[in-house]
Design a protein around this ligand. Structure first.
Ligand SMILES: [Ca+2]
Length: 273
């Protein structure tokens, strides 16, 4: 049941006394368990990052730029570095700033570069770049093995299909155990046990690929992997730039597979699970 009463913003989502409401033209109050409730039109209204929901004069919700100064203050762990090489107090501050710059060149070039305050990132040498995929592939395999081990204790970390796949890697006696391995060992292992690395590389792509229709990783899809790694691994940015061989801003599954050394014939959409 709705009544011809207008909800003041301060009472949104609260139960109210009808006398407290001003008579308005908008039907905004509903009755729930014998109480009058002022609904909050913003409650189920989604805004994209950098925007926040606001209610206009006629009571309709709309998305407006997040005012950076109104962002939750956050602590030092929330700091992020923007591609403008400025430290922002939190992603909210960065994306609010980006929103306010919408339509400008500065705004379109502003992205979250990495987590943590801006710092000097060492240049990545050719040698470091060349060995990076070996280290990262090994790491991906170990992440999956760890998930598998946790899943054995308490299920819910992997799907059944994933579990079957990782089980084979886990049970392989020739598996290189977790540790800080020298490049020679990683290189030899990749040659000898190449097949163990194929699924982990696909798995990571699938984890990141949120809009699965195009089978492409956009900058924002790559961010959950990239942003926390950059402060620790100075080759991450160069590596992913090099992966994008046709420089079109997206990393396709083929580009991804190639940059991890997966052979053309083993790059398989069927392994994206
Ligand atoms: Ca590309």
């Amino acid at each position: 049941m709705r009544l011809g009463k207008k909800c003041p913003v301060s009472l949104r989502d609260h139960s109210v006394d009808l006398q407290d409401l001003t008579r308005g033209e908008i039907l905004q109050v509903f009755i729930h368990n014998d109480q009058y409730i002022c609904p909050d039109p913003c409650r189920s209204f989604q805004c994209k990052r950098g925007k926040t929901c606001e209610i206009d004069e006629v009571g309709n919700p709309s998305c407006v730029c997040q005012e950076p100064s109104a962002c939750p203050r956050g602590n030092i762990n929330d700091h992020v570095c923007g591609t403008d090489n400025k430290t922002y107090s939190s992603p909210c501050h960065l994306f609010g700033t980006k929103c306010k710059l919408e339509g400008t060149k500065e705004g379109s070039h502003l992205h979250l570069d990495y987590q943590g305050p801006c710092k000097y990132i060492l240049p990545c040498s050719d040698y470091e770049l060349a060995i990076f995929p070996f280290r990262m592939r090994d790491w991906l395999k170990n992440v999956l093995i760890q998930l598998y081990e946790r899943d054995v204790e308490k299920s819910g970390f992997l799907s059944e299909k994933q579990r079957d796949k990782v089980k084979k890697i886990y049970q392989n006696e020739k598996r290189l155990l977790e540790g800080d391995h020298g490049i020679d060992l990683l290189l030899r292992d990749f040659e000898k046990n190449y097949h163990m690395y194929v699924y982990p590389v696909h798995w990571q792509f699938h984890q990141l690929d949120r809009h699965t229709v195009d089978r492409m990783l956009t900058r924002s899809e790559l961010a959950p992997l990239r942003a926390p790694l950059v402060p620790m691994e100075h080759c991450v940015t160069t590596f992913f730039q090099a992966c994008n061989t046709n420089s079109d801003k997206h990393i396709s599954l083929r580009e991804w597979g190639h940059c991890f050394g997966i052979r053309e014939e083993d790059i398989d959409e069927g392994l994206l699970f």
